[in-house]
Design a protein around this ligand. Sequence first.
Ligand code: ACO
Length: 336
Amino acid sequence: MSSSQRKYASMRSIGAYVPPRILSNADLEKMVDTSDEWILKRTGISERHIADDDVATSDLAVEAARDAIARAELETGDIDLVLCATVTPDYFNMPATACIISDKLGIRNVQAFDISAACSGFVYGLSIAKAFIESGMKRNVLLIGAEKFSSIVDYTDRSTCILFGDGAGAAVIAATEDSGERIIDIHASADGSYADFLMTPAPGSVNPCSQKVLEEGLQYVKMKGNETFKLAVKTLTKDVREILEHNGIQAEEIDHFIPHQANYRIIKAVGDALKMREDQIVLTVQKYGNTSAASIPMAINDIYEEGRLRYGDLMLLDTFGGGLTWASALLPFAGK
Ligand code: ACO
């Protein structure tokens, strides 16, 4: 292949969707022993969106995906791979939510599968899309991060129920011959020795569905919040330093630093350690809470819809989540 024919992967568009119903801190005060003041001070979250009972993760995803496909000026028939990053799939085990999304969008006869990397899922997916495109196997990848996180939250557990929200974000990752549009670099990693920091113990082969599972609430997310917090700050900061250094880029050259939206204090600590200016840091945690795999594409969509994200702007994505997994990415926005 000559260098003029070389294909790069680029982020051609972005879209997002949140369900309309809002769960505010004041609502949570009526459900568990907590206060608006505690939640705001410890997390920065004011409200989050929660999907209705009859809405599935795939329904949220489809709304976000429609926007992303239209903004890429493509038809559904142009998509040749569908990836859905989620830890709250429509069905645990099978079928993959990506298959259901494809069907709902009318995308036929293409490869479709899910990615399980919790909050790192979207950036993990970005690395998969990049590899498929740069190997020449695919041209237009629909990459979605979608979560109905409320479906695995115990709304009697004040240490977790205040944190999470529902939503979806989607991007079209497309082939380009313009090296200026390319996804510059992605670093992704995992350490399963910290698996118990953040997990849903059931259902799965360790704890198949049973009366015991329901009695002990093992189907709900469990988190060692404080330990996760400390490791998140350390790992996110190290990650960003490494990817910037590896690519000879200074922090001040970044137009938009888009960290996973888990907790304002984590974002602030990482931003301070990296000497990021306030105007570089994208913050959405106050209105959406932690939407896991959807958080980064939802944040990208927010600045796009505010008119702050322009073609060529340099983005730095940085995320951390269950697994434990973590990932960072450097890329220009290649959408219009
Ligand atoms: N309201 C009032 N008090 C509370 C609440 C609440 N909602 N939740 C906990 N507390 C209490 C605790 O019981 C504890 O009380 P005690 O001192 O009497 O025992 C006290 O507040 C402090 O608890 P900590 O857990 O130490 O509080 P912390 O400051 O660590 O904040 C939090 C908790 C917000 C969960 C924080 O640890 C955090 O954000 N952790 C990281 C989350 C994260 O990044 N997850 C990774 C991504 S998620 C994914 O992958 C899906």
